[in-house]
Design a protein around this ligand. Structure first.
Ligand SMILES: Nc1ncnc2c1ncn2[C@@H]1O[C@H](COP(=O)(O)OP(=O)(O)O)[C@@H](O)[C@H]1O
Ligand SMILES: [Mg+2]
Length: 346
């Protein structure tokens, strides 16, 4: 509510003129006298009410007429300014009305945006879940129709691909679980002092089998024994996702360096890889849900595109930041900064 607002004033001598101005200029606030030469103020109010205009109306009444007040309230008048009034009284009424209107509009906008985001999220999600189902169904139907032969071996390829798609779906569901967790769960109970180096080791152990398979070497460099107050599950989400990305989007024989360091008041964690890199224009969307960079190099890498969006939300929960530097074909560095006195998690 620190925003400045200015007013432009339009005057109408009668209710009829008032309606004309309403139609032409769509004002935000109307100060409406009930006693008017032609139609009454209350009729103007009914007009606005019927048209469902987003206008706040304050009735100016010369005497506290109960009927008018009741009817006016029912028709959407939000305030009464009794006559006579001082300039100061008028000013504070306008201030209140303006605040009300501002809040009402902000709330409405947030509700609409919230609905849009949810709708988008669900439609992308359904698509992401339907695609692998359709693929697996297709392969099963091939087998059912014995399209490639009578023997199980004739379908080795289809079976492999089905298993891959199912694994992709499982990963998506796991990411979704993380996603709902950060949205819904309260953290207070589980926050405790954690050695980030331990969380890092856990994350490395988890991706090691895959790293060995694609010959990527992971190194942990603990330059400072950072202890942070956090929910272990949150820190695991950050480390698991960033280490797994650094391995997944790497090259054969590549390297991942996980560096844990600190300044006076922050933990500074770097995930440095020698992988495929990210183009400048792709960086800005990276943290948006379901965003995956599609090119020749990422074609065969599976993922949900949810990981980084989850990571960012968790980091924000701890008032931290995440930044990316990258050079295509050379490698990428994600830097996470977490305040060390972050016991004050909301
Ligand atoms: N270390 C990295 N190097 C190159 N590209 C990356 C790296 N980390 C993430 N990306 C890109 O960002 C996208 C989004 O990452 P993420 O949200 O973790 O989703 P996912 O890994 O499930 O695709 C990835 O699809 C990938 O294209
Ligand atoms: Mg990922």
């Amino acid at each position: 509510m620190d925003e400045d607002y200015t007013f432009e004033l339009l005057e109408a001598p009668t209710g009829e003129d008032g309606i004309e101005i309403i139609e032409r200029d769509k004002p935000d606030i109307i100060l409406l006298d009930n006693k008017l030469p032609g139609i009454q103020g209350i009729e103007v109010l009914e007009y606005i009410h019927e048209k469902k205009y987003d206008i706040v109306v304050a009735m100016i009444t010369s005497y506290a007429s109960l009927d008018v007040a009741i009817k006016a309230t029912r028709d959407g008048a939000t305030d009464f300014i009794p006559k006579p009034f001082t300039p100061q009284e008028l000013k504070s009424s306008i201030e209140n009305i303006t605040k009300q209107l501002y809040l009402r509009r902000i709330t409405r906008r947030l509700t609409i945006e919230g609905k849009q985001v949810r709708y988008q999220f669900l439609s992308v999600l359904s698509h992401e879940l339907k695609a692998p189902l359709n693929a697996v169904e297709g392969y099963l139907r091939m087998m059912q129709g014995k399209q490639a032969g009578d023997m199980v071996d004739d379908y080795a390829d289809q079976i492999d691909r089905s298993l891959q798609r199912i694994q992709g779906m499982r990963n998506l569901i796991m990411d979704l679980l993380d996603f709902t967790k950060i949205r819904l769960e309260k953290k207070e109970g589980r926050v405790k002092p954690l050695h980030l180096a331990e969380i890092a080791r856990g994350a490395i152990v988890t991706v090691q089998p895959y790293a060995i398979q694609i010959e990527v070497n992971i190194n942990l460099d603990v330059r400072s024994e950072v202890v942070i107050n956090a929910d272990p599950a949150d820190m695991e989400i950050i480390f698991n996702n960033l280490v797994s990305n650094a391995v997944k989007y790497n090259k054969t024989g590549g390297r991942v360096d996980l560096i844990i360091d600190s300044t006076d008041n922050e933990a500074v964690i770097k995930f440095v890889d020698t992988g495929i890199g990210i183009r400048k224009e792709d960086i800005q969307n990276l943290f948006t849900e379901f965003v995956r960079i599609k090119n020749e190099k990422t074609r065969n890498i599976t993922g949900s595109g949810l990981g980084l969006s989850i990571v960012k939300k968790v980091i924000q929960l701890y008032f931290g930041t995440i930044t990316v530097e990258s050079k295509p074909d050379i490698g990428t560095t994600f830097t996470v900064r977490l305040p060390m006195n972050s016991a004050n998690i909301t």
